[in-house]
Design a protein around this ligand. Structure first.
Ligand SMILES: [Zn+2]
Length: 295
């Protein structure tokens, strides 16, 4: 058995897992103002109650923000009021078990690659299309590691797909995130019509044949195909998994993406890349955390 902790901006979920099955779990409502010390105290109690006397040999942490995976620290998150805290070593102190930590998008990708849509594949890229665009590359069941902090790789959302294009949340222009996130789809629709709809409303409208909605989806398909083609040319995964809020509308755009990407990648006609949508739900963070390596 292994324990996974999924730390978000407003709560922390703790689950004890047997493979991909979350056997027992509990939630700590942290709010945005909890101190690091208060969180560790609360975790101590919750870890004990979730373990319920059962033996476990690892604790994995999935956290929002920018993580120093090597040092086991949450360096910074705009959802958490503290910085540079040695989270992994504190959890190791209260449990006596080896601890691993990574960013939540990466943990979700790891879970999907190993137990979800990527089960049985050797190399998998996942793209999470939500408020922003996150991602990870998983090879033989392990996350790739960038240098120094080991968590600064695979920021697929910030690759340029339009020179001098839309302003991105990172301050640069023309990033994939500014064209292929749920937020971007809403912005595209607003540019076309002057009206505001949610990404889900736009996808639903496109499904029913709405003209403006389909134009917004066309734009998504164009830019996302370029972005994914770049990713595939760099990593050559066997499978690309699309997750996040927009994945709910994959029936409207994923087949088109698959065709377009395979036209645009190097050698796509004889070695096409496959596509799938994420299968695991809200427990992907906890499950993925249990698959991490220790700090
Ligand atoms: Zn950016």
């Amino acid at each position: 058995m292994k324990i996974g902790i999924d730390l978000g901006g407003m709560s922390a979920k703790v689950g004890i897992c047997d493979g991909s099955e979350v056997v027992r779990s509990a939630k700590i409502e942290t709010g945005r103002d909890i101190t690091f010390e208060e969180l560790i105290d609360a975790l101590k109690v919750t870890l004990e109650s979730v373990a319920a006397g059962e033996d476990y040999d690892f604790v994995g942490i999935s956290s929002c923000g920018f993580i120093d995976r090597k040092g086991g620290a949450i360096v910074y998150s705009n959802n958490i009021p503290w910085k540079n805290k040695p989270f992994a070593s504190e959890v190791n102190k209260i449990t006596g078990k080896p601890v691993g930590i990574a960013n939540d998008a990466k943990c979700a990708a790891l879970a999907e690659a190993v137990f979800g849509a990527g089960k049985g594949y050797e190399s998998v890229c996942m793209l999470t299309l939500g408020t922003g665009v996150g991602g990870a590359f998983v090879y033989e069941g392990k996350l790739t590691e960038g240098s120094v902090y080991r968590d600064v790789d695979c920021h697929f959302g910030h690759m340029t797909v339009e020179h001098e294009g839309r302003l991105c949340t990172c301050g640069r222009r023309g990033c994939l995130e500014a064209y292929a996130s749920a937020t971007a789809v809403m912005n595209t629709y607003r540019e076309i019509t002057g009206k505001s709809l949610t990404a889900k409303e736009i996808i639903d409208g496109a499904r029913l044949g709405g003209k403006a909605e389909n134009k917004a989806v066309d734009s998504l398909v164009e830019y996302l195909s370029d972005g994914v083609a770049n990713i595939v040319n760099a990593f050559r995964p066997e499978l690309v998994i699309i997750g996040g809020g927009l994945a709910g509308g994959a029936d409207v755009f994923l087949d088109r993406i698959s065709v377009t990407v395979n036209e645009r990648i190097f050698g796509g006609s004889f070695l096409p890349v496959k596509f799938a949508t994420a299968k695991l739900g809200n427990d992907a963070g906890i499950i993925g955390a249990t698959l991490l390596e220790s700090v």
